[in-house]
Design a protein around this ligand. Structure first.
Ligand code: NAD
Length: 484
């Protein structure tokens, strides 16, 4: 098998196997073909990985930030050089079109390695004068062993978005990819070692939820960063709280996108396409509740349908294809189930709505109009190519409805009224907001959610605070006064 890795896990700088672990079959979503067979980590593998990360941590943290940064930046360069091969692997792991993976996966991972590699040398504490010559200084310290747990939609990106800031701060990591897409994180580990990372600094072990849970509850672990659904987030957050561990939670969403009458329709349609159908709709921050002001509703729907007819659906390895399969049969069935619910609850199907008759797990890009706030498709995260268009009349009304959700990952507004745009984003209950654009996530900007969508932020300088802590040192230059 062309994509079969040398072994399932990468621990202490080497590929490691334990065939006693439960089987994991890796399936190419475009054909249903098995492309690799791996094993879930046994308790012995979990032990080996945590020991390796623990043993490597002090020496890694003792390097200068410049040295750590150089290794991360070298890894970034290697990733860019191998972008095409890594993209082919990512396409087979996830089913996403090669047109997407060559620009959004290894490249995004490389950006994170480069950005945090660049920051590593400047991570410091500060000096705080207290008067009378006394002072405080703070030392920014690594947390220790960090666990990263990934979702299946952006496996390379997630492995790097968690690994790069963790390693820049002097932590070591045990990363568990999603069991659905286990292949590319192994490449990230290989590349880091090739770039000079000491063994044990970044380990990858495979497994289902139980392996993730055993990592989270281990006392050697100081921090857990999860990308996944809200139900998993609740469990992981609770387990981490038991050990008073630091957490970052990047969870699901049902984000609103508001299109006012005065918006540039072409841009709003582009935003709605990017925010609903990129990666076949399998993006956490998608704006799946598209509120369109009544005056432009029919024009918006007409243009959207015209543009969707140009989506080229097919073999994700064909560079002209812009819309691929969903990641798995299970995920496809979930999306088809929601489409049936949308029809049954009275939403008007204006585009798509069916499985595509060919091998693999293809679902048509689907648009429902006349969706109301209480319909299931407007309330629950679908994580598939299903857009709900809702009508609205006034700004006040739409603001309240946009925020009427337990989620708070992202939110967007399309309008040419500058003051209204800023008023709207000020009112959004969401961590990541967009004005006249949608779904950008460059490494320089914080990314993350509010409410049930998460805790903490990835990317940007803020991520450093989530992977390090401050030690405060009081220094007296005077005699110590005591009452007796
Ligand atoms: P999931 O919650 O089913 O699984 C996520 C990961 O958690 C997997 O690696 C899984 O094995 C692991 N896991 C499951 N149970 C666990 C447990 N009890 N303890 C520890 N680990 C456990 O999510 P998924 O289906 O892989 O991914 C889709 C979800 O991820 C969607 O809800 C999506 O919105 C979310 N997501 C969020 C972001 C973000 O940045 N906010 C990005 C991508 C995906």
């Amino acid at each position: 098998m062309k994509f079969q890795p040398r072994a399932s896990h990468f621990i202490d700088g080497e590929y490691v196997e334990d065939t006693n672990g439960a089987a994991i079959e890796v399936i190419y979503p475009a054909t249903g073909e098995v492309i690799a067979r791996l094993h879930s980590a046994t308790p012995a593998i979990v032990e080996q990985a945590l020991n390796s990360a623990k043993n490597a941590q002090a020496a890694w943290a003792a390097l200068s930030g410049t040295e750590r940064g150089r290794i991360l930046r070298r890894a970034s360069d290697i990733m860019r050089e191998r972008n095409y091969d890594l993209s082919v692997l990512e396409t087979h792991d996830t089913g996403k079109p090669i047109q997407e993976t060559t620009v959004a996966d290894a490249t995004s991972g490389a950006d994170a390695l480069e950005y945090f590699g660049g920051l590593a040398a400047s991570l410091t504490g500060e000096h705080i004068p207290l008067g009378g010559g006394d002072f405080v200084y703070t030392i920014r310290e690594a947390l220790g062993v960090c666990v990263g747990i990934g979702a299946w939609n952006y496996p390379t990106q997630i492995a790097c978005w968690k690994g790069a800031p963790a390693l820049a701060c002097g932590n070591t990591m045990v990363f568990k990819p999603s069991e659905t897409t286990p292949l590319s994180a192994l490449k990230v580990a290989e590349i880091l070692v090739e770039a000079g990372a000491p063994k044990g600094v970044y380990n990858v072990i495979q497994g289902y939820g139980d392996v993730g849970a055993s990592l989270v509850s281990d006392p050697r672990v100081a921090k857990v960063s999860l990308t996944g659904s809200v139900p998993t987030g609740r469990k992981v957050y609770a387990a981490a709280a038991d050990g008073m561990k630091h957490v970052t939670m990047e969870l699901g969403g049902k984000s609103p996108m508001i299109v006012f009458d005065d918006a540039d329709i072409e841009n709003a349609v582009s935003g709605a396409i990017l925010g609903n159908f990129y990666s076949s709709g399998q993006v956490c921050s998608n704006g799946t509740r598209v509120f369109v002001q009544k005056g432009i509703k029919e024009a918006f729907l007409k243009r959207l349908s015209e543009r969707l007819a140009h989506a080229k659906i097919g073999d994700p390895m064909d560079e002209d294809v812009s819309f691929g399969p969903m990641v798995s049969e299970n995920q496809m069935n979930i999306a088809l189930g929601y489409i049936e619910k949308g029809k049954a609850e009275g939403a008007r199907l204006v585009y798509g709505g069916e499985r595509i008759e060919r091998d693999g797990y293809f679902v048509q890009p689907t648009v429902f109009a006349d969706v109301t706030d209480n319909m299931t498709i407007a309330r629950e995260e679908i994580f598939g190519p299903v857009m709900s268009v809702l009508d609205f009349e006034t700004e006040e009304e739409v603001m309240a409805r946009a925020n009427d959700t337990e989620f708070g990952l992202a939110a967007g507004v399309f309008t040419n009224d500058l003051t209204r745009a800023h008023r709207i984003v000020a009112g959004f209950e969401a961590g990541t907001c967009y004005i006249n654009t949608y779904n950008l996530a460059p490494v320089e900007a914080p990314f993350g959610g509010s409410k049930m969508s998460g805790v903490g932020r990835e990317n940007s300088k803020l991520a450093i605070n989530h992977f390090s802590e401050m030690k405060t040192v009081f220094v007296s230059m005077n005699d110590v006064e005591a009452p007796y």
